[in-house]
Design a protein around this ligand. Sequence first.
Ligand code: DSN
Length: 487
Amino acid sequence: MTSSTAAPGADYADTASAAYRAALQVIETVEPRIAAATRKELADQRDSLKLIASENYASPAVLLTMGTWLSDKYAEGTIGHRFYAGCQNVDVVESVAAEHARELFGAPYAYAQPHSGIDANLVAFWAILATRVEAPGLAELGAKHVNDLSEADWESLRNKLGNQRLMGMSLDAGGHLTHGFRPNISGKMFHQRSYGTDPETGLLDYDALAAAAREFKPLILVGGYSAYPRRVDFAKLREIADEVGATLMVDMAHFAGLVAGKVFTGDEDPVPHAHVTTTTTHKSLRGPRGGLVLAQPEYSDAVDKGCPMVLGGPLSHVMAAKAVALAEARQPSFQAYAQRVADNAKSLAEGFLKRGARLVTGGTDNHIVLLDVTSFGLTGRQAESALLDAGVVTNRNSIPADPNGAWYTSGIRFGTPALTTRGFGAAEFDRVAELVVDVLQNTQPNSTGPTGFSKAKYTLADGTAERVHAASAEMLAANPLYPGLTL
Ligand code: DSN
């Protein structure tokens, strides 16, 4: 099987090879173990089927951008208004990253400083609190800015902030830790309530969501997900938010690449509907590890104070790489890539269904496929480990009303962004489904007594791992990672 799609960076592979060879030689002179681990990581990634839905392969241009002296500069503050001298080049970097983000997503305002998705969400929470709650609080307190507040003012503000409500998708329905999960700060700083999915279909039930929002009256309604394999109607979420007086915040970390690539448009594009949109840059968007916040004008001043409110000094080298990745995502080839990500997920889902596997929601229309492994008699933990033995890298994931809890789980989450970057198409993803089913059908939970079974230990039938490795090696060789890049 061959691919017809060019991987990003193929046209400058010789130059990138020379740069990486030189960099690794330099690293070797200081700490050879790090050079060796870096080389080994490339070999491991080249030799495995990477199906983790939140991972991808950034281009050599993006990766190389992170390895420079921009890393050495402190630049707390905002563009043109820093707490350190000498930030003129970081100003350029941050401005270019924000400009590309605004243009790519059609957003009035973009903030490129968050170091991660969690940081982006914290910036968004505080910006919404500052805009919706703090402003009247500040006026009452006779202050113009949070920096003018005394300790007593802060105490009164904390009481107000602590009484706010947040509503997001529950973790087992596919939401994220930061959407109000109790052990996360979002579940502690807010009174929180979750919305789930329909127990029969696994799909979002907008009427139930609206009824819950009417009753709970959240200040912040969070849309977005980490493991929900379907599209979301963000226009409907905005209607619900408006009806109950909530700010709509959408975390599009997982599907930002599908928004950037115009697979999700209209009601499925969160940016025009949400007051504040957050994302990571390293998942389907295929950039460096990091975060972004997009905002409507009424929230932009508060988002711009993300540092020093929640963030430390921005990672200037990563903001530079965000700019490069966003420039790549503005190319027409990225739209073709995003469409293939979604088409490939359908092929993977159909590959599972025709082999008798059960999928949460019965399929997919984004980049995620969530497989219920209980029909194979396994926990998510056993399935994840057995697949890894066979060179298939995934992660276990809760499914709605998961009988095995959040540690062992009952699901395996698959994603298509990474292997699509390598050039995999529909035929390869059908073969991937066949290989996964082969592994799971040949895995047995270990017995713990006359009627009990371990939730962690398992036995993979002899020969299975070798058979699957051999089949995937053929596809991986035909679709090389960083083609032409030799170390
Ligand atoms: N770790 C990300 C994911 O796998 O979805 C979310 O934080």
